[in-house]
Design a protein around this ligand. Structure first.
Ligand code: AHR
Length: 504
């Protein structure tokens, strides 16, 4: 058995974990909305058409915030099409995904779904084909109490109380040539500033997210953030990051190390934000909203075929990645990366929530089940609240095609308000179990409540409509205390949650 160690101290705090890092994303794309969260003809549908079985799984994930309605979709979307009587809402072509949007599920439905799912809305506005006027109107519609055209229209449409949406995204991936009405950094920075300014005039309590780069491999990455923030630094509160990884060359060691790239991406964006802060002599810092992240590659080929076969179809099965066990390990490492950057990453959204590159899968008219990646997300969301601690990890390292010096043991630690300590850990080693020594001396008396562990002998194993439980967590081997040190056994290729409770 190999050996690794972690030193923790209750005073080595990285930062308070903002619960919003366990957010998710619902886009009008594929079967995320129609056949996902909403399916009025389904036997499990409630009186509003929301699937109760899906809602139950969403609640298990305990998602504090949900970004909506896009994604690329939003850059061609008129929010006004999604309000008023359902039978009068227009069906429109969606040029982002070459499908048809019926608008049957709209703004009020989303807000109501959020209330039932116990999540706060994070609403993206269209800064592709629309602009400042639509931006100020939607905030008036959503957040103004009444007595004006747009707020009275909301009341007429059935919602007397304002929606009070606190978090707004100023467009989506505006640096990407694939975006409807793609912009240069200067063009985008200007419109983000002007739209954001008037949105805050309507409701000064809102927070705004400016679009950063679509991913760290964009040729404009870096310059984009510098120019955009140069224009809108004083108006916005966060800048977005998006990143998806895939194991396209079937190279598991490199794939599992991709979270190192995510960490690098975060640290680079922090440095850029702070350089503009310095240049502008500001006291305010811009924090990060990692509002799209996940594994995405399994469905790419299939999507090309679907799009050709049924251009302009409705709720097509697009981006339906079926996640395997190694994807769950990387998702675990990505979650730990977010936790370890808790001082600056305040919002993050797994993309997406249901069916579309998602932890939850459904069949139209049939079952809903948890994909492999559901579990690390659920554990992190449930047990990863409190203070993120600096974990000093000493682990054997490996080199692979894409990265060097990759620690086999990837870990993070969270101190709960009740004195509990939770250690999350991925063993990236494809052959060896590890004996992990954890120095917990500064925390007083702790007892191990639970060691949750997820492992499968086949890295490509997945859950399906026929077998919902092929990959799921179980009980880990645990370990033993010697004084204030705990030695745990961390099996080969595994996701682990070690939950310690403070002894009274
Ligand atoms: O999440 C799927 C798509 O990925 C989103 O629409 C877009 O923002 C990103 O490119």
């Amino acid at each position: 058995m190999n050996r690794a160690s972690i030193i923790l101290d209750k005073d080595y705090v990285i930062g308070e974990i903002d619960p919003r890092i366990y957010g998710a994303f619902v886009e009008h794309l594929g079967r995320c909305v129609y056949g996902g969260i909403y399916e009025p003809d389904h036997p499990e549908a409630d009186e509003e058409g929301f699937r109760r079985d899906v809602m139950e799984l969403v609640r298990k994930l305990d998602v504090p915030v949900t970004r909506y309605p896009g994604g690329n979709f939003v850059s061609g979307f008129n929010w006004e099409d999604s309000i008023g009587p359902k039978n009068q809402r227009p069906a429109k072509l969606d040029l982002a995904w070459f499908t048809t949007e019926t608008n049957e599920f709209g703004f009020h439905e989303f807000v109501s779904w959020c209330q039932k799912a116990k999540t706060d809305p994070m609403y993206s506005i269209n800064l592709g084909t629309r602009g400042v006027e639509a931006a100020m109107n939607i905030v008036e519609y959503a957040n103004h109490k009444g007595g004006s055209y747009w707020s009275d229209l909301r009341i007429k449409n059935g919602s007397k109380d304002p929606f009070n949406i606190k978090l707004w995204c100023l467009g989506n991936e505006m640096d990407g040539p694939w975006q409807i009405a793609h912009k240069t950094a200067q063009e985008y920075g200007r419109i983000a500033n002007e739209a954001g300014k008037v949105m805050k005039w309507v409701d000064p309590s809102i927070e705004l997210v400016a679009c950063g780069s679509s991913n760290s491999e964009m040729p404009t990455f870096g310059d984009w953030e510098l120019e955009v923030l140069n224009e809108c630094y004083d108006t916005v509160d966060y800048i977005s990051l998006h990143r998806y990884y895939g194991n396209r060359t079937n190279d598991t060691p490199s794939f599992l190390a991709s979270s190192m790239d995510m960490d690098d991406f975060i640290k680079t964006v922090v440095a850029i934000c702070d350089s503009i802060k310095g240049k502008k002599h500001r006291k305010k810092s811009i924090n990060l909203s990692f509002d799209e992240w996940n594994v995405w590659y399994h469905s790419n080929e299939q999507d090309e075929k679907i799009k050709k076969l049924d251009k302009w179809g409705r709720a097509l099965p697009l981006l339906e990645d079926v996640y395997n066990f190694e994807d769950a390990l990387l998702v675990g490492s990505m979650l730990m990366t977010l936790q370890r950057n808790a001082d600056r990453v305040k919002i993050a959204c797994i993309a997406q929530l249901v069916n579309v590159i998602a932890p939850i899968m459904t069949e139209n008219g049939g079952a809903a089940w948890a994909q492999t990646i559901f579990y690390p997300f659920m554990h992190a969301s449930k047990y990863g609240r409190g203070k993120s601690l600096q974990a000093i990890v000493t682990s054997p390292l490996y080199d692979c095609k894409e990265y060097t010096d990759v620690p086999y043991i990837d870990a993070s630690a969270v101190l709960g308000d009740d004195g509990s300590v939770t250690i999350f850990c991925v063993n990236r080693d494809m052959e060896e179990d590890y004996s992990l020594d954890i120095d917990l001396r500064s925390f007083g008396d702790l007892v191990l409540d639970e060691h949750i562990m997820m492992h499968h002998d086949d890295v490509k194993a997945y859950n399906s409509a026929d077998n919902h439980n092929n990959v799921k967590p179980g009980k880990g081997p645990g370990g033993a205390f010697e004084g204030g040190n705990f030695t745990a056994v961390i099996p080969t290729l595994s996701w682990n949650v070690l939950r310690f409770r403070a002894e009274k």
